[in-house]
Design a protein around this ligand. Structure first.
Ligand SMILES: O=C(O)c1cc(=O)[nH]c(=O)n1[C@@H]1O[C@H](COP(=O)(O)O)[C@@H](O)[C@H]1O
Length: 237
């Protein structure tokens, strides 16, 4: 399993969100020396499939963010199908329930010590309180994040994906053991885009985040490697 980050650079996971495999490789080559892992998600995977992962993997550990969410048998099968790609991290939606998460964990165990870190996505960082209420969830985002976090960790998730705004509450409730991977990170002055629950990189780390997932503020910059370096320079060593 990927170790927890031992330096500021190792905390950063740039999100390579593009459907173009050549662009993904250019970004991977430019960013890998200055970060801890590279995140590939639905945009590249639905366009190019496992081959895209094989092409990026030589550059850095791969966080494969497919946010699995289906019946337990299907999710377990998907995890088994993904293991030959040797992803360092995999995501699944905590809302899929305890049996789904346990099935994913049991499937992942087949990879032994090299198994991916299983991360349960709590409430997407693009969702604000009003949007959450529209889905029928009463009580607010923090309460729902804590509810899903408890469920997911008890069912076998190694860690959680949550917004920087919930990190301190999760550490208070569950301590240092869960690995916390935090998107919704915006350097001061950068555009929110579709993100709703955000904080700066330094705020997210101060709250207790292990890794920060940062996409457009890096990949949309004229010089992505320089944007990554500037973010790293703003973090404690
Ligand atoms: O699982 C994720 O990585 C994820 C969960 C979440 O709640 N919010 C979220 O933004 N993400 C991912 O994190 C990345 C954020 O990208 P930027 O908004 O461009 O920094 C995207 O690749 C999202 O798919």
């Amino acid at each position: 399993m990927l170790d927890r980050p031992g330096s500021a650079a190792a905390r950063i996971i740039p999100a390579i969100d593009t459907a173009d495999p050549a662009r993904a490789e250019v970004l991977a080559a430019a960013l890998a020396p200055g970060c801890g892992a590279l995140k590939l998600g639905l945009e590249l995977f639905t366009a190019e499939g496992p081959e895209a992962v094989r092409r990026i993997a030589p550059h850095a550990p791969v966080f494969l963010d497919l946010k699995l969410h289906d019946i337990p048998n299907t999710v377990a099968g998907a995890v088994r199908s993904l293991l030959p790609l040797r992803p360092a991290m995999l995501t699944l939606h905590a809302g899929g329930g305890a049996a789904m998460i346990t099935a994913a964990r049991e499937a992942a165990e087949a990879a032994g010590a090299a198994r991916p870190i299983l991360l349960a996505v709590t409430v997407l960082t693009s969702i604000d309180a009003a949007t959450l209420a529209e889905t029928g969830v009463a009580g607010g985002t923090v309460q729902q994040v804590l509810r899903l976090a408890r469920l997911a960790l008890a069912a076998g998730a190694d860690g959680l994906v949550c917004s920087p705004q919930e990190v301190a509450r999760i550490r208070d409730a569950f301590g240092q053991a869960p690995m916390l991977v935090v998107p919704g990170v915006r350097p001061a002055g950068s555009a929110l885009g579709d993100q709703a629950r955000v904080a700066t990189p330094a705020e997210a780390v101060a709250a207790g985040a292990d890794w920060l997932v940062i996409g457009r503020p890096i990949t949309g910059a004229a010089d992505p490697a320089a944007a990554l370096s500037a973010i790293v320079a703003g973090l404690p060593a």
